[in-house]
Design a protein around this ligand. Structure first.
Ligand code: F6P
Length: 555
């Protein structure tokens, strides 16, 4: 790999800095000056309609941002990623989540192996297991079929499947329940197990490394619960435990049959793994066919990304607008606001995808950055957020660029109490969509002091009731939240993160920043259980350990 380019040293960056200092246009001006702006700046990205018009950008802004993307080699790096170059150089790995959704007829050789063949072998094995569970042919230790699936994993081995199961709930098979246990806090496992029958529960132990402390602790707890229920017969484990991992040796040590292990490869990053074996819970829930449709959705976006020039590529433009706000307006955060209850875990999923990827302070060559990188990503479904934090979005001191995500149609399978109303009466889904549209409008155009005063508001309240506007947002709309659309949404953000990481020159595929806490937790853990162990931390840490020891001793 060539060295990363320092984006701040490029001509494009200097031009953007200059452009920013001279940027005085408001969204009111931009829409007034170009009544067709929404048409020019709305893009069809597979099944997603992406409206970028409510951004603080002129055509000059867009072309300078495209210059920056070009000068930092976004296209070349995307090609390098997709062909299997070892672009994750700090871990010496290829980055090939795009291979997880290649068609069976494709091929991609990496180190002499066709990875597409490998991918489809695993997908076939997953489909066979999924069908056995879905049709009641997978039998537990007392001869009854499985009726509950529990995914035990954390981070990328939890957030994607957990988010997708909620998003695709209308597609989930009847008669099977699904649960996700991630936290090492025993409360989560015990709350989950309390609702389940061990003889009819299948555990999917999802861990790329199969060493993650939280997952191993939870898996051992579940194993004890199962073996106890089976009268101490540990052979029951093979009927109730499946592993999703790259670490065959550790899986065997745990006691899980090799036949019940679904593998993937070191070229799949944890936070990019929900369409690998890590997605087995999704496949059991929605079936192999719908899982295939979700993969088609991912692939449609990969193809869009590969074939759409940056200047017309809504994913790259959305990413570059994020760079514009982060580096030239110095706004620290980015909100993702789905107006879809079924996407209630989407922001949590994106937090790992984005912040674990681009929350970096050195470039891939180890040189410190002297510019900001990944923003804080957060969000909640609308309309709940409106009654919590939107006050700050509208009138706070630091604008937050927002992504609104909404579906034109309500999900099937849910009662729509408004359906019985006359056609001109708003249903609840109408209300939901109206709120999304209104929020982006209010953020963009605000309400001036003179408009407020013209409403007859008393002078003392005018400033309180004024909305500055000029707060940018993207709106992404699709017809229905199908598996295909969900795949597209996720891939949209995967590649958005990729483009930003490339521009910032960071390695979006390692996560060294999670290591120190893990190591220190191991040391502290041994000190908590050994009351005699000398403590050599700072005063604060020592006191906390001592307090805990005292509590533990008096339990
Ligand atoms: O939090 C660090 C991390 O390594 C994530 O990147 C990963 O998704 C998660 O832990 C779980 O890792 P594993 O799948 O190996 O258990």
């Amino acid at each position: 790999m060539t060295d990363p380019i320092n984006p701040a040293a490029t001509e494009a960056w200097a031009a953007l800095s200059h452009h920013r200092s001279a940027f005085h246009a408001s969204l009111r001006d931009l829409f007034h000056d170009d009544p067709q702006r929404a048409d020019h700046m709305t893009y069809q990205v597979a099944d997603l309609t992406v409206d970028l018009s409510k951004h603080l950008a002129t055509s000059d802004t867009v072309s300078l941002l495209v210059d920056l993307a070009n000068s930092t080699g976004v296209v070349q790096r995307f090609e390098a990623m997709c062909r299997g170059d070892r672009i994750n150089s700090t871990e010496d790995r290829a980055v090939l989540h795009t291979a997880l959704r290649r068609q069976r007829s494709d091929s991609l050789e990496v180190d002499g192996v066709d990875v597409v063949d490998q991918v489809h072998d695993v997908l076939d094995a997953m489909a066979a297991l999924a069908q056995r569970v879905r049709t009641g042919q997978w039998i537990g230790f007392d001869g009854r079929p499985i009726d509950a699936v529990v995914n035990i994993g954390i981070g990328g081995s939890d957030l994607g499947p957990a988010m997708a199961l909620r998003a695709l709930e209308p597609h989930v098979i009847d008669g099977l329940s699904f649960a996700f246990v991630s936290n090492v806090d025993p409360v989560q496992m015990s709350q989950t197990l309390a609702r389940l029958d061990p003889a009819t529960t299948l555990f999917l132990v999802a861990s790329k490394t199969f060493t993650t402390a939280e997952t191993m602790a939870n898996a051992q707890a579940a194993r004890r619960w199962l073996v106890d229920a089976a009268g101490g017969d540990s052979s029951a484990v093979s009927k109730h435990f499946v592993a999703l991992s790259t670490n065959a040796e550790a899986v065997a040590d745990f006691g899980i049959d090799e036949a019940n292990m679904f593998g993937f490869w070191d070229w799949v990053g944890g936070r990019y793994s929900m369409d690998s074996a890590i997605g087995l819970s999704i496949m059991i829930a929605i079936g192999p066919e719908a899982f295939g449709e979700m993969l088609d959705g991912f692939r449609a976006i990969d193809e869009y990304m590969a074939h759409t020039p940056l200047a017309r590529n809504a994913i790259a433009l959305s990413a570059m607008l994020g760079v514009w706000y982060r580096n030239f307006w110095h706004w620290p955060s980015h909100a993702v606001l789905p107006y879809a209850q079924l996407l209630d875990r989407f922001a949590a999923y994106l937090q790992q995808l984005d912040m674990e990827s681009n929350g970096k302070r050195v470039r891939i060559d180890g040189e410190p950055v002297d510019y900001d990188t990944g923003p804080i990503v957060w969000g909640e479904p609308g309309t709940n957020g409106q009654h919590a934090f939107y006050q700050l979005l509208h009138q706070g001191t630091s604008p937050v660029p927002c992504d609104f995500i909404g579906m034109l149609n309500p999900p099937q399978g849910y009662d729509q109490p408004g359906d019985a109303l006359a056609a001109d009466q708003p249903t609840q889904h109408d209300q939901l969509f109206a709120n999304m549209v209104a929020q982006s409008e209010a953020l963009a155009f605000g309400k001036t002091a003179s408009e407020v005063a013209a409403d007859g508001v008393s002078a003392g309240l005018v400033s309180h009731k004024t909305f500055p506007g000029n707060r940018p947002s993207t709106t992404i709309v699709a017809d229905h939240l199908t598996p295909r659309v969900l795949g597209q949404l996720i891939a949209f953000y995967e590649h958005r993160v990729f483009v930003q990481g490339t521009v910032w020159g960071v390695n979006s595929f390692d996560q060294w920043g999670v290591e120190l806490g893990k190591v220190l937790a191991g040391r502290v853990l041994s000190e908590l259980v050994d009351a005699e162990a000398p403590l050599g931390h700072d005063g604060s840490t020592n006191r906390l350990v001592e307090r805990y020891r005292a509590a533990r001793a008096s339990r």
